[in-house]
Design a protein around this ligand. Sequence first.
Ligand code: 13P
Ligand code: SF4
Length: 354
Amino acid sequence: MVLPEIYKRLSESEVAARIWAAKEKLGKEMVILGHHYMSDAVIQFADYRGDSLELSRRAAQASEARYIVFCGVHFMAETASILSRSDQIVVIPDVRAGCIMADMAETDEVERAWADLDALWPGDVTPITYVNSVASLKAFCGAHGGIACTSSNAAKICRWALERTGHVLFVPDQNLGANTALAMGIPADEIMIWNPSRPYGGNPNIEEARFIVWRGFCNVHVQFAIEHVIAVRARYPDIQIVVHPECTPDVVALADANGSTSYIVRYVREAPAGAKIAVGTEANLVYRLAKECPDKTVIPLADSYCVSMERINPWNLLRSVESILAGEPVEQVSVPSEIREPAKIALERMLGAS
Ligand code: 13P
Ligand code: SF4
């Protein structure tokens, strides 16, 4: 929905004052959840901030709130809607805040891939969907013995799957999938990338695969390259490098540590004074950590921003909270029950296993 002119003309301080006033009036009736990639201008209003797993848990526990305002991208708001009660209303300040990676795996394509794999190994393939995916893909996994995962529990979830079946189909992030499988000790030649436009995903030797990863990626995290690692290490020989597991396996292999956005926050905050840390994730988070930790040198491995996350700003957040105050919430996110129920199975399996 286009932002009305009356909001566009407000200064940032007027917007902030009105958001605080709306929060005060709505009290416990409304909860604002904010992902770590939100700008400082937005995250200041979040009642809870976190990574995808923490925010999913918050959404499932937000029992007092009638309204959940999700400052993040669409799949996160959808997840909140699936996990919340049916009388709760989930709102996102801009429904156009999508995720390019989530759009790389269409549910019908994944269904076809799974059917091919199931024909090869009947009953012996578990589909795992990263939460960065559309609700119908989570529903497919829930209905086929599969499960969801986030960047902070991917290893646990993959172990859960491999205890049940000999093979995994991991969608949509090839990098999180491959990084997790490699860290679990699965040999590289048993990890294959599935290209949906080729027979058997473009793998003539598919019979040798154990861990199949979809050909999706995050355009924000694939920007980080070996050259960036070499350059920061040359400039600061004693620097630590921490990256998100959506980075490519070659970058993850050269980093000192990798983990979810909350893992990265803890890694930087808990480092001793004087530490030098280069961070390979979305730049809004990296610059916030640098400001929060003036006693450390915290730099981005390279500047990379998520334009989808940046669609959420104080102006459209104000419009969301004032629409709730007016009793007519705009930009609601809901999932039809035939998708919601099986998607919830995949998410609840994940919450139970992590
Ligand atoms: P986290 O679960 O680590 O917060 O990741 C979400 C995401 O979209 C990273 O690009
Ligand atoms: Fe999606 Fe990447 Fe943005 Fe995360 S950073 S929301 S994976 S596009």
